[in-house]
Structures are given as structure tokens and as C-alpha cells.
Design a protein around this ligand. Structure first.
Ligand code: UD1
Length: 362
């Protein structure tokens, strides 16, 4: 029996592997082993996703925790090398663009273990983002590159990656939404905050480029203060943002109509996305989820590795300047919201297509 190892570490990783694990569950051809690096470890950043998405506890938990970019990457590499050397899997599956993804890929490549990268080919062309380095390195050493858009294929080809390694299979995060759609649509999480459907804005923000930089953080906070005069904003806050707001003495809790809450579980967050008037975010995953749900999304970044959400979906890149954020969001609140379409193969069957390729290739 062939051994497939799947490695996860952070919130978005758990969401991406859930449908794959469903596909592999009763597969007699493979033994599937799940490794969790422990990059995210708090209950509401990790275990709640396992519980809600019915993911079995990991077979190996590496307990890495937080640290600087280099420290965290090195710790993951050290621990995962032990597990991979002992077990010698036939294939290692990595997802997304986090430190866990790159660290595991480097170790596997040096042990001659074949690597499948899901969500390959995304590029922001901004090497100041740690994720961009993770994407480029992971793609350059992967054997099977699974993409979610034709644009991603083009990026890989332009970097000299042979076409026969690239498989356009669609967006696996959409499988997770579709598998949970009834729960998402019936959860009505907004009621807990005494809100009405489509009468609030959902905000998420955690990128180092936004929250580790005082000028940018203050500029965004200024926009939130302005926007909140017209509509309530709900903000499930990431621990990095809590830490940086304290350090920079930015008093988000003083903004009237901005409700700060703990990070939400998957179904709760998707319920809030689905029922919001619009979303302000710097998350990659939320740009895609809002496109699928056709909820207007304002991305507070200078670039995005997910341009398909702008070209086809309901996303608008608004940058981080106060006036640009305010004018775009208010335009929507005044009734001129962007409508989008769903991209090709964002249809709920991506995990199935990935397993078909794996069956054929290994
Ligand atoms: C990481 C990913 C980012 C992804 C995000 C999803 C990298 C380079 N970045 O960013 O791409 O969008 O996850 O959330 O891999 N912390 C806790 N509890 C936890 C986890 C983190 O308190 O369970 C705090 C720690 O103070 C830590 C900080 O959050 O230092 C940042 O965590 P880290 O995993 O380093 O990066 P993220 O910002 O979460």
C-alpha cells in the first residue's frame, strides 16, 4: 500500500485538506497520514477546525509554535525530517503558501520524496511577503503542481516549469464551502451580535504588511473609523493584530460601531461572510470565498496573488490609503456594489480531480 503524507500547520491549511481527506478516507490504495506542524496551536486557530470539518486528529503533531520566519521554518524542517526519514512516504501533499508548506517541501525534496503542491502558481510578485518566497520555492521543487486558475498555470510556465507537471484542477477551498453550504447558510451567526442580515461589514486583517507597519495600520484604522459612522463593522481579530495594536498603541476598541470579537470557527466565519453587506480583508482565502459567495470584497493590500477574484469575481483591490478604502466601501454602501461570477472549475469537485491525477501518477 502506498503512503501519502499530508502536512498542515495553519488555519487556511486545515480548510484546504478537509475535502482531500474525505476523498482519501475509504481509499484502499493508500495509507494516508496527517502531520500538523503546530504553527497554529490555539484552540480557535486550530482544533476548532478539526472538530468542525470532521478531520481526525493528526497522526504526528510537531508542536512548533510561533517564532520569527527563519526560526519557525528551521524548527519545522528539523522535526519533519525525522518523521519523513522514519516513514519514507511515496508522496507528500502540501497546500497553500505558509511557512509549514515551504519547510516541509524543502525537506521532502532532499529526501527524494515526491511533492504535490495544492494551490500552486499563485504570485503577488511582491517578495516582501513571506508567502511569496514560500510559493516560489515550493513550486520550484514540487513534482505535481495543482492550480486553481489558468492564470496560475501561466505564472508557472513563465518560470520554466514543464507543462506536464501542471494540473489545472480548480479551487479546493470551494469544495469545503460546498460540502458545508447548508450549515453556512443556516448558521445566522450575525444574530449573536444583534445585527441584521446584509446590514453589517465583516473585517479581517492580519498581514504583517498591514499590522506590523505603524503608518499603514493607522491609515487603515482611520478608514475604519470613517466607514463605521455609516455601518457596523464586525472584526474577528487575529492574535498577530492584537499583539501589534497593543505594541503600536492603536486603540481599535475606541472606534464606535467597530465590534472586536475572537477569531471565528470555519462555519461561523463563512456564515458572517455570506450574510454581510460587504467584506474588508487582507486574507487570501476570503478574497476567494467572497467571490464564490458573490459578496462584494475590498482587499486592503497593494497587490493580490489572486487576480482572478478581481477579473471575474466580486473583489476590488483598494490599497491601504484611508481615502481609497473609504471611497470604495462607501460607493458600495450607496448601492453600487461590484457583482461577480464564479471562476472555471470552482465547482466542488477539485479534490476528486486531484485524486484522479494522483491515482494516475503514483
Ligand atoms: C500565517 C501565514 C499566513 C496566513 C496566516 C493565517 C506564514 C508566513 N504566514 O500567518 O500566510 O495567512 O497564518 O492565519 O506562514 N499566534 C497565536 N496563536 C496561534 C498562532 C499564532 O497567538 O495559534 C500569534 C503568535 O503571536 C504569532 C503570531 O500570531 O507570533 C503570528 O503567527 P504566525 O503563524 O507566525 O503567522 P500568521 O500571521 O498567523
Amino acid at each position: 500500500m502506498k503512503k501519502i503524507f499530508i502536512i498542515v500547520g495553519t488555519r487556511p491549511n486545515f480548510i484546504k485538506v478537509a475535502p482531500l481527506l474525505i476523498q482519501l478516507k475509504n481509499n484502499k490504495k493508500y495509507k494516508t497520514v496527517l502531520i500538523h506542524s503546530g504553527q497554529h496551536y490555539d484552540y480557535y486557530m486550530s482544533k476548532v477546525f478539526f472538530d468542525e470539518l470532521n478531520i481526525n486528529p493528526p497522526d504526528h503533531y510537531l508542536n512548533i509554535g510561533s517564532g520569527s520566519q527563519g526560526y519557525q521554518t528551521a524548527e519545522i524542517m528539523k522535526s519533519i525530517e525525522v518523521v519523513l526519514t522514519e516513514n519514507k512516504p511515496d508522496l507528500m501533499i502540501v497546500v497553500g503558501d505558509v511557512n509549514t508548506t515551504m519547510a516541509a517541501s524543502i525537506v521532502a525534496a532532499k529526501l527524494y520524496i515526491k511533492i504535490a503542491h495544492i494551490e500552486s502558481g499563485l504570485r503577488s510578485y511582491d517578495k516582501k511577503m513571506p508567502e511569496e518566497i514560500n510559493r516560489i520555492i515550493t513550486d520550484s521543487i514540487s513534482n505535481y503542481l495543482f492550480t486553481h486558475s489558468r492564470g496560475a498555470d501561466k505564472n508557472l510556465i513563465s518560470e520554466g516549469i514543464p507543462k506536464d507537471k501542471i494540473f489545472f484542477v480548480g479551487n479546493i477551498m470551494i469544495d469545503t464551502i460546498i460540502n458545508n453550504l447548508e450549515k453556512i447558510q443556516s448558521r445566522e451567526k450575525y444574530r449573536e451580535f444583534n445585527l441584521n442580515r446584509k446590514d453589517f461589514i465583516l473585517l479581517t486583517m492580519h498581514r504583517p504588511s498591514n499590522v506590523d507597519n505603524e503608518e499603514v495600520f493607522r491609515s487603515i484604522a482611520g478608514a475604519l473609523e470613517e466607514i463605521a459612522k455609516n455601518m457596523k463593522i464586525v472584526f474577528p481579530i487575529h492574535p498577530r493584530t492584537v499583539k501589534m495594536a497593543e505594541k503600536l498603541n492603536i486603540k481599535l476598541s475606541k472606534i464606535k460601531n467597530l465590534k472586536i470579537i475572537n477569531p471565528l470557527s470555519y462555519i461561523d466565519l463563512l456564515s458572517m461572510e455570506n450574510d454581510s453587506r460587504c467584506i474588508i480583508t487582507d486574507s487570501g482565502g476570503i478574497q476567494e470565498e467572497s467571490t464564490f459567495l458573490n459578496v462584494p470584497c475590498f482587499t486592503i493590500r497593494e497587490n493580490t496573488e489572486r487576480p482572478i477574484t478581481i477579473d471575474i469575481g466580486s473583489n476590488i483591490l483598494v490599497g491601504t490609503k484611508t481615502k481609497d478604502i473609504v471611497s470604495n466601501v462607501e460607493n458600495c454602501l450607496n448601492g453600487n456594489c461590484k457583482q461577480g461570477n464564479i471562476p472555471e472549475l470552482w465547482d466542488g469537485s477539485t479534490s476528486k480531480r486531484i485524486i484522479e491525477v494522483i491515482n494516475h501518477e503514483i
